[in-house]
Design a protein around this ligand. Structure first.
Ligand code: C5P
Length: 200
């Protein structure tokens, strides 16, 4: 059985949480494609050649520092390099069409990696809500940086991801738009699960 769920959207909209939950519910494999760009960005920040850095090892993907805001910014810089996107394409396409079903979350899954995906979701939320969630994850009042800085980083990364020439972030024409600004995690997951169920 080949079945792909493509989940795209801006940073901190809930794609990863929804993707993991949908994959678990249906027994599909899950790929967080942002992690690929984060791993490449980290190697490039250390001086590696961008294309050579795309030959990722399991160790590259298991690095503990890939979740940081700096790693996110480094990822979004290398993600604007067409040769990097091209080098990561095949692996993602093969994952999407693997036997047994797959959920991929990222920025260009429904538009570039797998336009034939059976289900396409565009998960979004206002920049303020997304920055608020990130800030809470970082500890809220105890976070090492103020909310305004987190918001500025979210806005900057959105602009870079939506404004790049190659595979800019945008919903596929046939994507279901899921705005999670006013939804709980459970509600957002329930809507995504219902969308998958409707196509199976
Ligand atoms: O989703 P995450 O925040 O981990 O993604 C990090 C960065 O990687 C994004 O800001 C984006 O620039 C890039 N990315 C991408 N295409 C994807 C996934 C991530 O360009 N499919």
């Amino acid at each position: 059985m080949i079945f792909t769920v493509a989940i795209d959207g801006p940073a901190a909209a809930g794609k990863g949480t929804i993707g993991r939950a949908v994959a678990e519910r249906f027994g599909f494999a899950h790929l967080d494609t942002g992690l690929l760009y984060r791993a490449v960005g980290a190697k490039v920040a250390e001086g590696a050649d961008p294309v050579a850095a795309c030959a990722l090892t399991p160790g590259d993907l298991a690095r503990g520092d890939l979740r940081s805001a700096e790693a996110g910014q480094a990822a979004s810089r290398v993600a604007a390099v067409p040769e990097v996107r091209a080098a990561l394409l095949d692996f993602q396409r093969r994952f999407a069409r693997r036997e047994g079903g797959a959920v991929l979350d990222g920025r260009d899954i429904g538009t570039v990696i797998c336009p034939e995906a059976e289900v396409k979701l565009y998960v979004t939320a206002s920049a303020e809500v997304r920055a608020g969630r990130r800030w809470q994850e970082l500890g809220g009042e105890a976070a090492p940086l103020p909310y305004a800085t987190v918001l500025a980083e979210v806005v900057e990364r959105d602009a870079r991801d939506m404004g790049r020439a190659d595979a800019p972030l945008r919903p596929a024409v046939d994507a279901l738009i899921l705005d999670t600004s006013a939804l709980s995690i459970d509600e957002a997951v329930a809507r995504a699960v219902a969308a998958v169920r409707a196509r199976r």
